[in-house]
Structure formats: C-alpha cells, structure tokens
Design a protein around this ligand. Structure first.
Ligand code: KIV
Ligand code: NA
Length: 271
C-alpha cells in the first residue's frame, strides 16, 4: 500500500509541477538526494557508471537487487524505481513477472522499469496485474545498443515518430504509471506528453516532458568517460576528488597527516 502511494503520487503529478528524478546506486547518495527529488531510479546504468561495463548489457539481476537494497536503506520519501536488467524480461511475460517479483520482494522498491513499447506491452501488463507498478522506457533504449549498432536518436523521421507515438500509447494502455522518454526531438516529446495521461520523464527529450531524469554521476561531474550532449554538469566532482587525492598524497608523503588531532592517546586513569 505504501509503495502504491508513492507511484500514485508520481502519476497524479501529471499536469502539475515537473517531476524531479535522478539515478542513485548507493546508500549515501540516495540519502543525500532523497530530500530534493520526487523519484530515484536505480538504473541499469549502474553497470557502466559504478562497475565500468561498456554498456548497460553488463547489468545483472543480482547487481540490480544489491544496489536497490542499498538505495532503499537511504530513502525516506522518494519513489524508488529499479531497472529490470537486459535478459530478465524479453523472453516472455512469465519471465518478466518472475524477475519483477524478485526485484520487488528482495528490495522493497516501489516500482520496476523496463525498456520497450508495443513489443513489451504484455510484460508491463502482466507485472502491473500482479500488483507491481511499472515505469516504461521508450525512444532510445540503451539495452538495444548492440541490435541498433549504436545510440540513435528516435522520432526524426515520420515513420520513427509514428512508432514512438504507438509505443507511448501501448505503455500507457498496459498500465504503466509513468514513462521515460529518452533521446528524441522536442515536438514529438511535446506531442506524446500532450496525448498521454501519465507523466513523461525526459532524458535527452527536452523540457516539454512532465519531468526530467539524469544519471547522478553525470549531473555532479563524476563521469570519467564521454558525457552525452543532453547532460548538464551541476558540479565538478572529478576535480574535487583529484584535488583531495593530491592533498592527501602530499601530506602523507610529508608526514603532515595524521597530526595529533587524528591519533589516539593512552587511557588516562579516572578519579
Ligand atoms: O539506467 C538509467 O540510468 C536509466 C535512465 C537514465 C532513464 O534508465
Ligand atoms: Na536504464
């Protein structure tokens, strides 16, 4: 019941204040972000961001569950959504439901997310019917990077736009409480947002969406490799981490750290 309250709050944000979302993968970051966001996504981007995999196909059920549990320990108010990893839902609605149940029961998250539109509508419907809220993810679908031969912006041709619109309708029809739209053009994001009765959460999809999501490491300038065009860096943690490491290394080498402030003393007798 508690879990549904949080997803229903997101659903009813349609037409109101923009929905603020970030990814989170760890306890401390979840705890820091929770007071400021509506929704935290334990994205399968964790495979790249924290584990150094080349793409999100490196994510596993165990990885998503472990990070989902860590994030849940840090959250008091946000709605927490855990990504279903590649290979956990594509085969059949039965497989999708079994894996969604495992994620939901082992993490106590509030919803799961999976990539796909018309092709995955029956998976979404089966999971929702079992009482587990689902967030959709359409447009650029990172789990399809190998099939597609790269990351391709969607909806630039009439045919691609019609497909994305149909995917959006299918995801809503299947019972998703909201949908991520990734990598598309503004007019199409605006049209989908206008047509759907559930909130659209954009990433690389313009401010026309009902909300926005970014990968946390991108947003705080901690991403080491290429930063996509749609990212804005709100901090420069790469530089902060490097500066801290340099200062620490210099002080250790100079025996300037630790000082008396950081060392223990012999116990003094009481009385
Ligand atoms: O895995 C992820 O981080 C995501 C978002 C960026 C939408 O799916
Ligand atoms: Na994802």
């Amino acid at each position: 019941a508690q879990s549904h309250a949080r997803t229903e709050a997101i659903r009813s944000a349609k037409g109101g204040e923009p929905v603020v979302c970030l990814t989170a993968y760890t306890y401390p970051v979840a705890k820091l972000l929770d007071p400021h966001v509506d929704l935290l996504l334990v994205g399968d981007s964790v495979a790249m961001v924290l584990h150094g995999h080349e793409n999100t196909l490196g994510a596993t059920m165990d990885m998503m569950i472990l990070h989902g549990q860590a994030v849940m320990r840090g959250v008091r108010n946000a709605c927490v959504v855990v990504d279903m990893p590649a290979g956990s839902y594509e085969d059949s609605a039965e497989q999708a439901l079994a894996c969604a149940k495992r994620i939901f029961e082992e993490t106590h998250c509030h919803a799961v997310k999976l990539e796909g539109g018309m092709d995955m509508a029956d998976r979404i419907a089966a999971i929702v019917k079992a009482g587990i809220p689902v967030m959709g993810h359409i447009g650029l679908q990172p789990q399809s990077v190998e099939k597609e031969g790269g990351y391709k912006i969607k909806g630039r041709t009439d045919e691609s736009a019609a497909k994305l619109l149909a995917d959006a309708r299918a995801v809503e029809q299947a019972g998703a409480f909201s949908v991520v739209i990734e990598g598309t053009i503004e007019p199409l994001a605006a049209e989908i947002t206008r047509i759907l009765s559930i909130p659209t959460i954009g990433i690389g999809a313009s401010a026309a969406c009902d909300g926005q999501v970014l990968v946390i490491d991108d947003a705080i300038g901690l991403t080491i490799d290429r930063v996509p065009k749609f990212v804005k860096e709100y901090a420069d943690l790469r530089n902060e981490v490097a500066k801290a490491a340099m200062s620490y290394a210099a002080e250790v080498r100079a025996r300037a750290f630790p000082t008396a402030d950081h060392v223990f003393r012999k116990q003094t007798p009481k009385g």
